[in-house]
Design a protein around this ligand. Structure first.
Ligand code: AGP
Length: 609
């Protein structure tokens, strides 16, 4: 996820671009750049870090004169966050410049073709391929070149493009990445979302998939991929600026909850090819994978909860013993590691101090392989791990993780399946079923999200709760841990997660009339066992909210409130059952008037011990 802005008009472009990028910084903030054209030369300025650095470097845009320009705020995907990889990207003679949001899936193939034709690359990005491909196809007509590039490129993209030979034109293109066009009094503007243009206009045009917009300072023309001109009506935007930045959602957390189908799809789909699990970035041969005798999963907070679920999945599928450790414990407990050990460090930010220290501890043991499962490209954990498997969640702004958690889960499913495939612990037929179920998850998450209103009514009743318990067995225990953390961190209600069978060894004494107990019961084999525990707490006065699989209507006889999730493979139920728990926590916090995105005492990235 990155942010794009473009402007053509009578005003100086750079300040407008910087202003728009500031609204889009939530989409990415590891580097930023501007390209501004004054009719003589296209000048580019880039900087690593937050937009403020570029702001200062360009003196608020003053150093880049010109009334035509494009800007970009980056969330690295291909290549670490540095000046070379920051956008905009030029063709070889600097006559074409481009900014991009999305992922070009066939960029390696295109890069090879272009290298063979003498093109040279200065960055590791997929975007630079576009600048050179435009150069290759450009014969004087920008629109023709843009349409040819669209036909060659696979993946998702939103582009803003300038051509030196056309100082009065700005081009905008999109497929599966957002891009809108706004008409303001002094010119026209493009942006990744409306938040960046609301200061100038409330009338916007939505560019649809595989459409091109050609902007001059007075006109906007739209074309489809066959170069047919399209008529478009503008839409009046009524949102306020703050809501627009959050895509119309009241909070980043709620927006990110709704981004989970896409984030999960983006993490899964590049790793399934021709019905097989392919994790190239693992950098381990089949022999090396087969030689792994033990896996340690080390992480903090929610990422640790992913590890707890991962233990059940990896041990179940691939029959490799897995230990899950809190990074803050692992780093000091002198773990026993050898060359047949794989250490997996899970971290959204890639900067968590304890996780980084745990990684360094693991690397002190010779022969140990360290794999990072990380969301932020180029972060410390990504750089220091032997191999990195990125989760494609995009920037997560809310302190309480939701979409990063969901992508980490599917990353572990993919790993477990890859190990199981290599070790032959899962047969071909079962693997095909697993892949099918995995691919269904994004749509199923969407289905769970559709039932949120009902949950809001329920959550409003429990906003005054003093204490909540989450119980479950096996993977349901892992889900309970995350459900409990979500609730306590944003609503400040005391809550605990217990393995359902453990409750009676002490904690059940805390259950009294009206205590809310969330029972997670998605594991068919353990369903009856947990149901017995539900009966135990009910008979002590608890009010029970159950989360179970579609079809278990018998549950309604015992539990007071039942949430159903669609049927999936038992290994994957965490991905579905965690969604109502996130929504529940969100609505409880909302009802209590808590600061959902920035809960007290917490920080998004914990870079201190
Ligand atoms: C969860 O909602 C929290 N924000 C927190 O537990 C988080 O998962 C933990 O601090 C780990 O962060 P990381 O993934 O960036 O390493």
């Amino acid at each position: 996820m990155c942010g794009i802005v473009g402007y053509i008009g009578t005003e100086q472009a750079a300040p407008i671009l910087l202003d728009g990028l500031e609204k889009l910084e939530y989409r990415g903030y590891d580097s930023a750049g501007l390209a501004v054209y004054d009719g003589q030369e296209i000048q580019v300025m880039k900087s690593v870090g937050r937009l403020q650095v570029l702001h200062e470097l360009s003196h608020g845009g003053e150093k880049l004169p010109g009334t035509l320009g494009i800007g970009h705020t980056r969330w690295a995907t291909h290549g670490s966050p540095n000046n070379e990889n920051a956008h905009p990207h030029f063709n070889k003679d600097k006559s074409i410049v481009v900014v991009h949001n999305g992922i070009i899936e066939n960029y390696m193939k295109l890069r090879k073709l272009l290298l063979a034709r003498g093109y040279e690359f200065v960055s590791e990005t997929d975007t630079e391929v576009i600048a050179h491909l435009l150069d290759y196809y450009y014969k004087g007509d920008p629109l023709e070149a843009v349409l040819k590039v669209m036909q060659r490129v696979e993946g998702s993209y939103a582009f803003g493009i300038l051509f030196r030979e056309h100082p009065d034109e700005l081009y905008a293109v999109r497929k599966d990445s957002p891009l809108i066009v706004g008409k303001c009094g002094h010119g026209n503007i493009i942006a990744s979302d409306v938040s960046a243009v609301l200061k100038y206009t409330r009338d916007v045009y939505f560019i649809q998939n595989e459409e091109v917009a050609k902007l001059t300072k007075d006109e906007i023309h739209f074309y489809n991929i066959d170069c047919e001109e399209l008529e478009k009506e503008s839409t009046r935007i009524e949102w306020d600026v703050n809501a627009a930045e959050k895509g119309g959602y009241a909070h980043f957390m709620f927006k990110e909850i709704h981004e989970q189908p896409k984030a999960v799809r983006d993490t899964i789909s590049p790793r399934i090819r021709d019905g097989k699990i392919v994790i190239e970035e693992l950098g381990m041969s089949e022999e090396e994978l087969a030689a792994v005798r033990k896996i340690y999963i080390v992480a903090c907070g929610s990422a640790y909860h992913v590890g707890v679920a991962g233990k059940y999945v990896i041990e179940g599928m691939a029959r490799i013993p897995v230990e899950v450790d809190l990074a803050s414990e692992f780093r000091y407990r002198r773990p026993i590691l050898d060359e047949n050990t794989l250490v997996i460090i899970i971290s959204q930010s890639g900067e968590t101090a304890d996780s980084l220290a745990a990684l360094r501890e693991a690397k002190r043991h010779s022969g140990v392989t360290v794999l990072g499962i990380v969301n932020v490209v180029g972060s410390s954990i990504a750089r220091e791990a032997d191999h990195v498997m990125y989760t494609w969640a995009g920037p997560e702004i809310a302190v309480a993780t939701t979409k990063a958690y969901s992508t980490q889960l599917v990353a572990l499913y993919l790993l477990a399946m890859r190990f199981a495939g290599v070790r032959g612990t899962i047969g071909e037929e079962e693997m095909a079923d697993l892949i099918r179920d995995l691919q269904k998850l994004p749509d199923q998450i969407e289905m769970v999200l559709a039932n949120k209103e009902r949950l809001q009514r329920f959550a409003n009743r429990y906003a005054a709760a003093k204490s909540v318990f989450f119980i479950g067995r096996g993977i349901d225990y892992a889900i309970s841990l995350e459900g409990s953390l979500k609730l306590k961190e944003i609503s400040y209600i005391h809550s605990e997660a217990y393995a359902a069978g453990e409750l009676k060894h002490g904690t059940i004494s805390l259950i009294e009339e009206g205590t809310l107990v969330a029972a997670i019961m998605t594991q068919e084999e353990l369903y009856k066992k947990t149901l017995s525990n539900v009966v135990e707490v009910k008979s002590r006065g608890a009010f029970v909210m159950a989360v179970t699989n579609l079809g278990h209507t018998d549950c309604e006889k015992t539990a007071d409130y039942v949430i159903y999730i669609p049927k999936t493979n038992p290994y994957f139920t965490d991905s579905l059952a965690v969604i109502p728990l996130q929504i529940f926590a969100y609505y409880v916090a909302l009802a209590k008037g808590c600061d959902v995105d920035k809960p007290r005492n917490l920080a998004k990235s914990v870079t201190v011990e």
